[in-house]
Design a protein around this ligand. Sequence first.
Ligand SMILES: *Cc1c(COP(=O)(O)O)cnc(C)c1O
Length: 462
Amino acid sequence: MEHITDPRRTLPSVDQLLRWPVISAFSVQHGKTLLKEIVAEQLSHLRAEAVAFDADAFCESVQARLTAVLSPSLRQVFNLTGTVLHTNLGRAPLPEEAIEAMAAVARGASNLEFDLHTGRRGDRDAHLESWLCRLTGAEAATVVNNNAAAVLLMLNTLAKGKEVPVSRGELVEIGGAFRMPDVMQRAQCRLREVGTTNRTHLADYADAIGQRTGILMTVHTSNYKVVGFTASVPEQRLAHLAQEHGIPYAVDLGSGSLVDLSRWGLPAEPTPMASLGNGVDLVSFSGDKLLGGPQCGIIIGRRDLIDRLKKNPLKRALRCDKLTIAALEAVLRLYADPDRLAERLPSLRALSRSQTDVAAQCARLLDIVATWAGSDYSVSSEPVMGQIGSGALPIEHLHSQALIVRPVGPSKGSGSRLTALAARLRALPVPVIGRVQDASVILDCRCLEDEATFCKQLRAER
Ligand SMILES: *Cc1c(COP(=O)(O)O)cnc(C)c1O
């Protein structure tokens, strides 16, 4: 008589369930397709677990699952990690001007590749090229999906089937799977390693150049620094060497700022303008690192070389979409007025905030965070070191201030209490991402602009 006590026997069918008023009410809001999928899915869970059927619990589970499936996966978070341009958290926040520009072209048709003067087909790079040339003094410019794509395009266009001498000190991995030697291979170039990890001289490059050399290339060692007994060749001398041999010289600058950051008390980072001034033929850099714009890769330099890049079929595969172009154009327009840039560009606004200003904010938030955390934790405001991020100046630090949350009481189990606190922060409506370090959760407030939302959700949680 086993089958009579089997709870699976009493399960209603999917169609029966969809006719239940509570369940069918969900379809008014969400439609029938997803609802049917979820009802079937929940039913098969019950069948697998062989638990008794409870109508109320079933409806609740369907509703919870609907909510979970329909809530966006890609969401806004608060970046309180202390790393301003955090690759895992989407790098540069965009200015309102860029967001408006994206929304305007997203809604309908645009002149993306249409010349409004002649009425003929246009070039999508045209929206950006004049700005990039004005701001950098370059002859020409083109834009692709990211800087990794820019490097790939330069190598494949100018050195396919040829050798590219690169210093052993610059064969870098830039997070994820972007390793210079692998990119060379995918671009169908042969890497010719020159020099040593810590020292590379002009003669090393000169010896490596031959009939088969396609281009010279240097890579900004953005995410690490070789210190001590080191030598690298200045761009000016490499540019000269390349010119003597009639080969182009390209520089992957990585972050590349369009303004001198020392103006805001930040450490100076190499600029594409300086590279061009040194005689470099092509410079590539990211749009969403120090530039503070959307994800893209910018290549500036000699007109004849840029024209060759644009004719490579890979360019078609690597090109930017209209939203990126709209956002980048709006960001570049802000650079026309460098005096107001630190107010208007969110990434620079965060980078240039004084420690005093961040500390004042921490003081305002201290009680709210302490109350939210509860009596198992202590909260204090302390000076900390932050980072620019995205490989820019990896060993330079930003003086900042953070709310530091520590478990109180016995140290036993404090590790799991830290993990639990970090998880609670991530579970907030707008998740808060700090860093867990030194037996504490550190909330560096440098990038916290929407203080009202931050406070509101902590108050509501209690
Ligand atoms: C960040 C970086 C890249 C990759 O740029 P993405 O825009 O992230 O593709 C390439 N080279 C260097 C030196 C970098 O710092």
